[in-house]
Design a binder for this molecule. Structure first.
Ligand code: GLP
Length: 260
């Protein structure tokens, strides 16, 4: 795991966007893994800027969103399918038919996980997967206790997650109880994982992810198993890390020839 600790969220967004740009420029049919939440927004803003000002093209890309609430009506403004369109995909040149999300509709919910896995496989697998982290250590909606080998399936949200996400809805009672989410095994299959965490509220989850044991109680700790994981942290999110100085040293001494 490569840990990058930085004061400036903009600088981190530039570095993370650079990882996406490399994939877009080197792969014939790039497959991007997208995340919702507030943490990825600066990265999306930078990708949109590169598209508008520098001509970075997403025309041949496909995107797969990590997760979706179960049971929200089609087109609900807080459905992740809608959020990812508003925040990124309608602002760039990716064809709308290439923008995939798990199907959170109740009609076919029993087959939705398998269908999503099949769509990812048919696209050739995810080249780069963006991730945030929940205050309870979840990634996507893999709550504590999730199997480290899980695939896309329905999960029950913790009350903490519902409370954290209530800010996007008109009150806690509107937040769904269930979500369909890529599993930890699904996420581990992506070729490169890029996680971003900002602020003190993430510090405890971050220290468990980076320096705790590999455990289902901290789903984000599966990043320890991935051969290519890059973690961007601001100083607050990194503040509980024991090896803080060492991570800074590694970053300062990063050889010029070594990319993320
Ligand atoms: C939600 C999403 C996660 C996201 C998390 C943190 O629960 N399912 O993918 O990482 O929120 O969101 P934020 O970045 O807004 O703190």
């Amino acid at each position: 795991m490569e840990i990058v600790i930085h004061d400036s969220v903009e600088d981190m967004a530039r570095m993370a966007a650079g990882i996406f740009e490399d994939v877009l420029k080197t792969k014939e049919n790039p497959v991007l893994g997208l995340a919702t939440g507030s943490s990825p927004l600066p990265i999306y803003a930078e990708l949109v800027r590169r598209h508008k000002e520098e001509g970075l093209s997403f025309a041949h890309a496909k995107s797969f969103t990590l997760d979706e609430y179960v049971g929200l009506p089609e087109g609900h403004p807080e459905s992740y399918q809608q959020v990812i369109r508003n925040e990124l995909t309608t602002l760039i040149d990716i064809p709308d038919t290439h923008v995939y999300s798990p199907d959170g509709g109740l009609d076919d919910i029993l087959t939705a996980g398998e269908r999503y896995e099949a769509a990812i496989t048919a696209a050739g697998g995810i080249d780069v997967q963006l991730l945030g982290i929940g205050t309870d250590g979840h990634i996507a909606f893999n709550e504590p206790g999730s199997s480290l080998q899980s695939r896309t399936r329905v999960k029950t949200l913790t009350e903490q997650t519902r409370l954290d996400n209530a800010r996007f809805f008109n009150g806690l009672e509107e937040v769904p109880y269930h979500a369909i989410t890529q599993g930890l095994g699904t996420i581990l299959d992506a070729k490169h994982l890029v996680l971003i965490a900002i602020g003190k509220s993430k510090a405890e989850a971050v220290v468990s992810m980076v320096e705790g044991g590999l455990a289902a109680s901290c789903p984000a700790s599966v990043l320890q198993m991935h051969p290519r994981a890059t973690v961007f942290l601001d100083r607050e999110a990194a503040s509980f890390l024991k090896n803080y100085e060492y991570y800074n040293l590694v970053f300062e001494r990063k050889p010029k020839w070594q990319t993320f």
